[in-house]
Design a protein around this ligand. Structure first.
Ligand SMILES: Nc1ncnc2c1ncn2[C@@H]1O[C@H](COP(=O)(O)OP(=O)(O)O)[C@@H](O)[C@H]1O
Ligand SMILES: [Mg+2]
Length: 256
């Protein structure tokens, strides 16, 4: 079936034992969108992200990015296909500097390959320099330049979220999945994250964002998809979705 979406999920399912954590989820995310993914705790949102980014193999269904089948591919392969994700709880290497943390995961790093090291030392050095420049650029973009030489352990929760954003941007992704970028972030930093995501989106990056902060969702996300008990309950504009009785019920059922 032909589809125009950058990210297309068809009947994606993940079963843990008898628990259908993700249960036949289908959607299309258009190029240039900032999609939102909301739903009560335990709805399956993070598990769906893990399936999309390759951290878990789906039990069923298919996932494509720009028409390329990435179903069951490794995180390195989905990353190479242009899909980057951040984690609900970022865990930077605490002893490494902020800059080194951002330099960790560039796409197609030549230096990791024996032959490249042996045959093309100049290319490796150039790649290293390029990665460092990109890391500096993205640290500047998220406002963490002043802390680049500090160990990552000095960063607050909100700053760790910004570090994650800088880290994934080094790889020049087409699609970024953010898992609760607003969780544990103070309001000033949250505004910064919203601004940074909008700016990147204007530069052509597509986003899918899991978030509980409805202000952030209303400001940034269109469309908004709602998951409950592993299934996609509905999708649409934030206002319509949050007014929908099925969505209200899903949240009340969880006593949020
Ligand atoms: N690795 C795992 N092994 C077993 N069950 C899991 C695992 N990860 C998540 N689950 C279960 O899958 C369901 C969905 O969890 P999750 O995707 O974290 O929800 P959400 O991110 O929407 O809060 C929950 O019932 C959770 O306990
Ligand atoms: Mg989650």
């Amino acid at each position: 079936m032909k589809s125009s979406g950058l990210l297309v999920a068809r009947e994606v399912t993940k079963v843990f034992g008898g628990n259908r954590a993700v249960d036949g989820v289908s959607f299309e995310l258009e190029r240039g969108a900032i999609g939102g993914l909301i739903g009560p705790n335990g709805a399956g949102k993070t598990t769906l992200f893990n399936c999309l980014a390759g951290h878990l193999k789906p039990s069923g269904g298919t996932i494509t990015i720009d028409g390329q089948d990435i179903t069951g591919a490794s995180p390195a392969s989905t990353f190479a296909a242009g899909l980057a994700r951040t984690f609900q709880i970022p865990r930077p290497f605490p002893q490494m500097s902020v800059l080194e943390n951002v330099m960790l995961a560039p796409r197609g790093q030549l230096g990791e390959r024996f032959w490249a090291n042996w045959l093309r030392p100049g290319a490796v050095a150039a790649q290293e320099r390029q990665t460092r420049d990109a890391a500096r650029h993205w640290l500047d973009f998220v406002g963490l330049s002043a802390l680049q030489a500090q160990p990552a352990s000095v960063l607050s929760g909100g700053q760790r979220k910004l570090l994650e954003l800088a880290r994934v941007m080094v790889a020049d992704p087409r699609l970024v999945l953010l898992d609760e970028p607003g969780a544990g972030v103070n309001p000033a930093l949250l505004d910064q994250i919203v601004d940074k995501v909008s700016a990147l989106n204007r530069q052509g990056v597509t986003f899918l964002i899991i978030e509980h902060n409805m202000d952030l969702v209303m400001t940034l996300c269109r469309p908004v998809m709602v998951m409950a008990q592993g299934q996609l309950l509905m999708q649409g504009d934030a206002e319509a979705v949050l007014r929908d009785p099925r969505v209200v019920e899903a949240y009340l059922g969880d006593a949020v």
